[in-house]
Design a protein around this ligand. Structure first.
Ligand code: SF4
Ligand code: SF4
Length: 342
């Protein structure tokens, strides 16, 4: 299948209307001189230059604010094209191209059902006392063990996928050999791009940036809270407060995105792939169930705990192939720009 057809299937439905005027590039608040997008990316796709498209860090510089889509005189939806091209890139960067199954509308739901059932069976099997009776709680030792195994799994897959991206993106680029520059650039990007999302502030839709920041910081706070619990072996007050705040932030941030997608008014919410819906709903459920766990006891708490662990399991296992992957690929693409010799 032609490159453009494959990307169109992933959400770039109107891109054929593009006549390459460049208005989108002029409108984009993030596109810079010598680093133009989205027009250049659209041209690559139209003439079938897959390697050029997949090797472009610019693909990951876009935050899908949709400002270019609003300004396009041909209604070619350049912002939607950029999002679809990133979905395509996620499938190509994934080892063995297994990411493809998450963007197949028939297979993807089945995968999520399979993962959920698998997780639930595992949880029910370990929620038993030595005599085999159900104890309506999951022993913490198993939760921590599963967390470590899943964390290691995601790190290995993420490294493997990023290596594929590295092969695409470095190509003819020459990188500085100064390791100090490598480390300083990485720290700078993690602070500016992940923690503060400074470039995002150039987009006019401020609310969306705050919602994005809420989700990211919600996760960071939950990770810190979990680490405190793990190290202390208890639930000290700082851990409880951080977990509580993180949960609220995730619920608010992901709730905003679900609401926007349901409304479908903004360009970035016109089309949602199944994987996009699954991702945002799982985040929302993870936040809600985690939050409820702080208040419930007994069998209600056990049921919510089972749902929470299943949701978190689905989120973690699919992370290298869903929108979570943006965090890695965007960070890597921006880092690459910093360390390449101009
Ligand atoms: S996507 Fe629209 S604005 Fe951008 S180059 Fe094509 S026609 Fe022009
Ligand atoms: S969606 Fe926003 S960030 Fe992305 S190319 Fe269009 S204007 Fe630029």
């Amino acid at each position: 299948m032609m490159l453009l057809d494959e990307i169109k299937k992933m959400g770039a439905f109107d891109v054929n209307a593009c006549f390459s005027c460049g208005v989108c590039t002029a409108t984009c608040p993030l596109s810079e001189n010598g680093d133009e997008f989205p027009r250049k990316m659209i041209r690559y796709a139209m003439v079938g230059l897959e390697k050029e498209l997949l090797s472009s860090p610019q693909l990951w510089e876009c935050y899908y604010c949709g400002e270019c889509t609003k300004s396009c005189p041909r209604e070619a939806d350049p912002g939607g094209f950029m999002m679809a091209a990133r979905r395509y890139a996620i499938t190509r960067y994934s080892i063995g191209k297994i990411g493809k199954v998450f963007y197949n509308k028939t297979v993807a739901p089945l995968i999520y059902v399979f993962l959920s059932v698998f997780s639930l069976i595992g949880i029910l099997l370990i929620s038993r006392d030595p005599a085999g009776a159900v104890i309506f709680t999951v022993p913490e030792v198993y939760i921590h063990l599963a967390g470590l195994v899943l964390g290691a799994f995601v790190i290995v897959i993420a490294i493997a996928n990023t290596t594929v991206m590295y092969r695409y993106t470095t190509g003819k680029r020459r990188l500085t050999k100064n390791i100090k520059v490598w480390i300083n650039s990485l720290i700078k990007i993690i602070i500016n791009e992940v923690m503060v999302q400074e470039r995002y502030s150039k987009c006019s839709d401020r609310l969306r940036r705050y919602a994005h920041l809420f989700v990211v910081w919600g996760f960071i706070l939950l990770m810190i809270a979990t680490t405190i619990d793990y190290i202390t072996g208890a639930r000290p007050l700082p851990g409880i407060l951080l977990g509580f705040t993180g949960g609220i932030m995730i619920i608010l941030g992901s709730g905003f995105f679900i609401y926007q997608r349901l409304k479908g008014r903004e360009p970035y919410s016109h089309y949602s792939d199944f994987a996009d819906w699954a991702f945002i709903i799982l985040i929302f459920l993870a936040g809600c169930t985690g939050f409820l766990l702080d208040f419930l006891t007994g069998q209600y708490a056990a049921v919510i705990m089972y749902i929470h662990l299943t949701v978190v399991f689905d989120l973690i296992v699919t992370a290298p192939f869903t929108k979570f992957a943006h965090a890695i690929y965007r960070t890597f693409a921006l880092w690459l720009k910093e360390v390449q010799i101009k």
